[in-house]
Design a protein around this ligand. Structure first.
Ligand code: CUA
Length: 332
């Protein structure tokens, strides 16, 4: 309809329609309220204007009127809140089976690495209809990952991971922007998201992979000597990492933490921050020894140790027994 006069960027993700609907609803409500207020203003200004010889009337308050203008807006705002909250949580919670892409932002480019091993700069290829989760960090300052056509925007911070996800619904090439002022070339920190039909995407994927990210991680894990302490049994000086990812970990002092990307990252860079119950704080820091890309590979490797192998029971069904086994491993 608006081909030559685009009011909105293209809608190309599963959440875009709902985000726009909410935005249009807000516009209509605010527009109607503005009209109502100005209409009342004009009417009352005329109706109660000063006339010579006519004394001013004293008008008492009206309970029904006050209840009306309190209760109706309460429901309208309640609806806006609920609608927004549901949309927000949907946009903030990546589906469990999403394909993962690691994003490293730096002044002034985007480095993207697929879990399958493909690396890209300022460009991301994804297939139509697949959930894609981005695990993002920055090498220097704060950046922001913004794809208007998908209606997603997420700050990318140094020193930790933030997450965003989308499901593209339409093939095409869409703008990627940095939406946080990050230095002189900020406006040049742009890229494109190339959404392809699944067959095209397969063809692209098959061209030049360096092997899965988790495999590079396994190599780094061996090179840095991590394997000497993190053994696959309970005899190591550090915790066994098999099946760790996504589980709750009991820490020294009785606290628990969920083993997510940020926990693994912190445990590599600042091992003393969270000591697993029953272990000694003997691990050295790897701050400055591993690059952001190597960190991502290590995280991908630790995650891969929790993936269900064919023939095993589904990870959800055996989560409780895994958690029990994990606990048994940690308390020596
Ligand atoms: Cu990166 Cu602005």
């Amino acid at each position: 309809m608006f081909n030559n006069f685009p009011l909105w960027p293209e809608r190309a993700s599963s959440v875009a329609g709902n985000v726009d609907a909410l935005f249009i609803f807000l516009l209509i409500v605010s527009g109607l309220m503005t009209l109502l207020i100005f209409a009342c203003l004009a009417y009352f200004a005329a109706r109660y204007r000063y006339r010579p010889g006519v004394p001013a009337e004293q008008i008492e308050g009206s309970v029904p009127l006050e209840l009306t203008w309190s209760i109706i807006p309460l429901f309208v705002f309640g609806a806006i809140f609920l609608w927004g909250a549901v949309a927000y949580f949907k946009e903030r919670t990546p589906p469990a089976d999403a394909t993962e892409v690691y994003v490293v932002a730096k002044q002034w480019m985007w480095k993207l690495e697929h879990a399958e091993g493909q690396r890209e700069i300022n460009e991301l290829h994804v297939p139509v209809g697949r959930d894609v989760k981005m695990i993002m960090t920055s090498q220097d300052v704060i950046h922001s990952f913004f794809i208007p056509a998908f209606r997603i925007k997420q700050d990318v911070l140094p020193g930790r991971y933030t997450v965003a996800w989308f499901r593209a619904t339409k093939s095409g090439t869409y703008h990627l922007f940095c939406a946080e002022y990050c230095g002189t070339q900020h406006s040049g920190m742009i890229g494109s998201i190339v959404v392809q039909e699944p067959a095209q995407y397969e063809a692209w994927m098959n061209g030049g992979s360096t092997g899965p990210l988790s495999a590079s991680g396994e190599k780094i894990f061996a090179e840095l000597g991590c394997v000497t302490c993190h053994r696959n049994d309970s005899q190591g000086r550090g915790p066994n990492l098999q099946g760790l990812f996504g589980k709750s970990v009991l820490l020294e002092g009785g606290r628990s933490v969920t083993a997510d990307e940020n926990y693994i990252r912190e445990s590599i860079l600042d091992p003393g921050a969270k000591i697993v119950n029953g272990y000694k704080p003997v691990m050295p820091t790897f701050q400055g020894l591993v690059s952001e890309e190597q960190l991502n590979a290590l995280v991908a490797y630790v995650k891969s140790l929790s993936e269900t192998k064919p023939g095993q029971a589904s990870s959800k069904a055996s989560a409780t027994t895994d958690a029990l086994r994990l606990k048994g491993n940690q308390v020596e």
